[in-house]
Ligand binder design. Structure first.
Ligand code: NAD
Length: 351
C-alpha cells in the first residue's frame, strides 16, 4: 500500500470544500484531481487546495490510473452510476448522502463494492459530531436501558436549497427535505439506538411552500435550470422496529414553526438523552427526582466531524467504518418506505 492515498474529487460544488479539506487533513491522503462540469468551480477548488489536475468529466477521474480513490459530491441522480463505475474501475469510494435515489440503486452500489473488493463508505457526517459521539458513549454503556422511543427532527423555517437547482427537482434529487436532511437525523438516531431492524413505516410528505416560490434558503452552487419544485418541503414519519421500539421523524426545508430546531431525543427505561444543543442524560435520581447530566470525558474518535479520516483509515486497514453499507441501506429502505407510504396512504412493510 502506498503511503499516500491519491484521491479524485468528483463534483466541485458547495460540499466539495468540506470533502477536500477533510481528505487533505489525513497525513496519508491527498486530493490530486477534481472534476466538475463547471470548469470555473473545478478551478476554484484546484486553487484553494493545490490540486494537480482538473477535468470536466467524472469519467476522466475514474479512468486515471494515478488515482486510488474517489470522493463523490454530485447531485443524487449521479450517485449510483458514478459510484458503480468508480468501483468497477478499481477505486475506493466515499459517497455523500443520501445513499441513492432508491434502495435498488443502493443495493447495486453495495454489490459493485463487494465485487470490486474496494472500500465503499457513505459519509454520514452527523454521526461523527461530538454531541452524537457523547450520546453514543451513553447508549453503548447501557445508561439508557431499553430505548423504546425516539424523536428525531431537523426543522428549518425558510431553508430550502436555492430554487432552480437540482435539489428541488425530483428527477434529479429523488426527493426533498426528507431525503436531504431527514436522512441525517434518521441515520444518527438508528446509530445511537443501535437498532437496524425496522419492520414498518407510516409517512406523509408535503409540498406547500417551495412550489409557491416561498422559503428559499442559500444552499447549493449548481447552475440554476428551469424552476421546478416538485419535492417535499415537510415530511413526517413513524417507524416501527422489530423489538417494538418506535421513532418519530420530522424534516422540513420550509415550515411555519416557532423556531428552527434539530435534535435526536432518546427515551429509555433507565435514562433519556438528547444530542443537541449539548449532549445530555436524563435520569430519575433519589426519590424520583429528575436529574440532568452532561456526559464528560468521552474520547472522540474523529474530531472536527471528519468522516474522511475514518474512510481513509478504513482503506488503509487501520479502522472500521463508522457507517457500514448495510446500515446505510437500512436507512435508504426506510426513506423509500416514507415516500411510498405517503403515496399510498398505507403503512409500508420494510424488508
Ligand atoms: N453531508 C452533508 O452534510 C451534505 C451537505 C450538502 C450536500 N451534501 C450532498 O453532497 C452532494 C452534492 O451537494 P452540493 O451541495 O455540493 O451540490 P451543488 O449543487 O453545490 O454541487 C454539485 C456540483 O456537481 C456538479 N455536477 C453536476 N452534474 C455533474 C456531472 N455529471 N459531472 C460532473 N459534475 C457535475 C455541478 O456543476 C456542481 O458544481 C449531494 O448528494 C448532497 O446531498 C451533503
Amino acid at each position: 500500500m502506498k503511503t499516500t492515498l491519491r484521491v479524485g474529487m468528483i463534483g466541485a460544488g458547495a460540499i466539495a470544500f468540506n470533502h477536500c479539506s477533510g481528505i487533505n487533513s489525513h497525513p496519508q491522503a491527498k486530493v490530486v484531481a477534481v472534476a466538475d462540469l463547471n470548469r470555473r468551480r473545478a478551478k476554484t477548488i484546484q486553487k484553494k487546495f493545490g490540486i494537480d489536475k482538473t477535468a470536466t468529466q467524472w469519467k476522466d477521474i475514474i479512468s486515471d490510473p494515478d488515482i486510488d480513490a474517489v470522493s463523490v459530491a454530485l447531485p443524487n441522480m449521479f450517485h449510483a452510476p458514478v459510484a458503480i463505475a468508480a468501483l468497477k474501475a478499481g477505486k475506493h469510494v466515499m459517497l455523500d448522502k443520501p445513499f441513492a435515489m432508491n434502495r435498488h440503486e443502493a443495493e447495486r452500489i453495495i454489490d459493485a463494492a463487494k465485487e470490486a473488493g474496494k472500500t465503499f463508505m457513505l459519509g454520514m457526517n452527523i454521526r461523527f459530531m461530538e454531541n452524537v459521539q457523547r450520546v453514543k458513549a451513553l447508549t453503548e454503556k447501557g445508561e439508557l436501558g431499553e430505548i423504546y422511543h425516539a424523536k428525531a427532527y431537523y426543522l428549518r423555517q425558510s431553508g430550502a436549497p436555492k430554487f432552480g437547482t437540482w435539489f428541488c427537482n425530483k428527477k434529479l434529487s429523488g426527493g426533498g427535505c426528507m431525503l436531504d436532511i431527514g436522512v441525517h437525523m434518521l441515520d444518527s438516531c438508528l446509530y445511537l439506538m443501535n437498532n437496524w431492524q425496522p419492520v414498518s413505516v407510516f409517512g406523509s410528505t408535503y409540498t406547500k411552500f417551495g412550489n409557491r416560490g416561498i422559503g428559499e434558503g442559500s444552499w447549493g452552487m449548481s447552475d440554476k435550470g428551469k424552476q421546478v419544485f416538485d419535492v417535499d418541503d415537510f415530511a413526517t414519519a413513524l417507524i416501527k422496529f422489530k423489538n417494538g421500539a418506535t421513532v418519530q421523524l420530522d424534516a422540513s426545508w420550509v415550515l411555519l414553526c416557532e423556531t428552527p430546531k434539530t435534535n435526536i431525543e432518546l427515551f429509555g427505561t433507565k435514562g433519556g438523552a438528547a444530542a443537541f444543543p449539548t449532549a445530555r442524560l436524563f435520569k430519575f435520581g433519589k426519590k424520583g427526582k429528575f436529574d440532568i447530566k452532561e456526559p464528560k470525558n468521552v474520547k472522540i474518535a474523529y474530531p472536527k466531524c471528519n468522516r474522511f479520516v475514518n474512510w481513509v483509515d478504513v482503506i488503509l486497514g487501520k479502522d472500521k467504518p463508522m457507517c457500514t453499507p448495510a446500515q446505510a441501506l437500512t436507512v435508504q429502505k426506510i426513506l423509500d418506505g416514507i415516500y411510498e407510504s405517503s403515496k399510498t396512504g398505507k403503512e409500508v412493510r420494510i424488508r
